[in-house]
Write a protein that binds this ligand. Structure first.
Ligand code: GTP
Ligand code: MG
Length: 289
């Protein structure tokens, strides 16, 4: 089952992102191609095969909104297109799907930064928690344009902001004197590139950075307006709640490197035979588990 204890020691990739991004659809596709039952080498070199992509495209669409996290066990060596990888040992890892609904996002965020309820400080990595090796942040690039009628830009950027701030806090609030925790890179996966309204990854990056910059300004104003209770700041350092380079005017994903957080934007498509597919994301995942 999803919560068996033997699984919790596996390296894990956290799948996060707004509702409707395609997270569960991606989990299902990965499971089909690299899950337990398909781990035979016979289909190891089929990832570039057009027939595989077409078969995937005709799968029924997932329309359920996730309400609880679901993990699947995958094999990193089972699905690679190059021959030299074929006799690699199976490398198991977990993919953890989380719900994107705004009220359920703590499911994902608490995995990145488990906090001590008493002190508000990050808990040391527990034995029962899987080790997160990366965050796959999926979003719907077909509705991301700020000029699209139901633009998802604000939703997506707000959630990504929260993910990045959690990782920044994880880095900077670790107990004094100890080493920084191992870094958790973020892949912003621009999904649904099969749709003509989708933004290319370079624009997805630009729009997200601009929107996160706006969120950063409005959140710091909100903090000031709420009286910025000097006493409540106590042990926190100046700029602790400021994402990225403190006081900088424009936000840029590269600012996260100062906190050992690498952010990349890569496009893809889970369904639709026309799109670029999911191989780029899979490669990123396999390199990190
Ligand atoms: P929550 O569980 O609510 O957080 O959403 P989710 O991210 O799990 O989304 P889900 O996987 O349920 O997908 C939402 C819808 O997007 C489904 O109808 C999918 O078929 C569709 N979808 C996913 N990926 C793609 C894609 O690459 N292209 C297109 N056109 N549709 C996609
Ligand atoms: Mg889902």
């Amino acid at each position: 089952s999803a919560s068996s204890s033997s699984k919790s020691s596996l390296p894990s990739i956290l799948l996060a992102g707004p509702s409707g991004a395609g997270k569960t659809a991606l989990l299902t596709l990965f499971e089909k191609r690299a899950g337990r039952s398909t781990a035979s080498p016979s289909n190891a070199d089929s990832s570039n095969d057009k027939t595989t992509a077409t078969a995937t495209a005709t799968e029924p669409a997932l329309t359920h909104t996730s309400q609880t996290p679901v993990s699947v066990e995958l094999n990193a060596a089972s699905w690679s297109s190059t021959a030299d990888h074929q006799d690699r040992k199976p490398k198991k890892f977990l993919l953890i799907d989380t719900p994107g609904h705004p009220k359920l996002r703590s499911t994902a965020l608490s995995r990145l930064l488990p906090l001590d309820p008493k002190t508000g400080r990050p808990l040391p990595p527990g034995k029962t928690q899987p080790v997160i090796k990366g965050v796959l942040f999926l979003l719907d690039a077909s509705t991301l344009s700020p000029s699209s009628p139901d633009s998802s830009l604000s939703q997506a950027a707000t959630y990504l902001y929260d993910v990045l701030l959690a990782l920044q806090h994880r880095y900077s609030r670790h107990s004094k004197g100890s080493k920084h925790p191992p870094s958790i890179p973020v892949l912003v996966a621009a999904n649904k590139l099969d749709l003509f309204t989708s933004l290319p990854p370079s624009l997805v990056k630009k729009e997200l950075e601009a929107e996160i910059g706006r969120i950063r300004v409005s959140r710091s104003k909100a903090l000031l307006d709420s009286g910025a209770r000097e006493d409540a700041v106590d042990e926190k350092e100046e700029g602790d709640d400021w994402l990225g380079e403190y006081g900088s005017e424009r936000f840029d994903f590269r600012q996260m490197l100062e906190f050992d957080i690498e952010v990349e934007v890569v496009g893809g498509s889970v369904v639709g035979g026309e799109g670029p597919g999911v191989d780029g994301w899979w490669r990123w995942v396999v390199e990190r588990v």
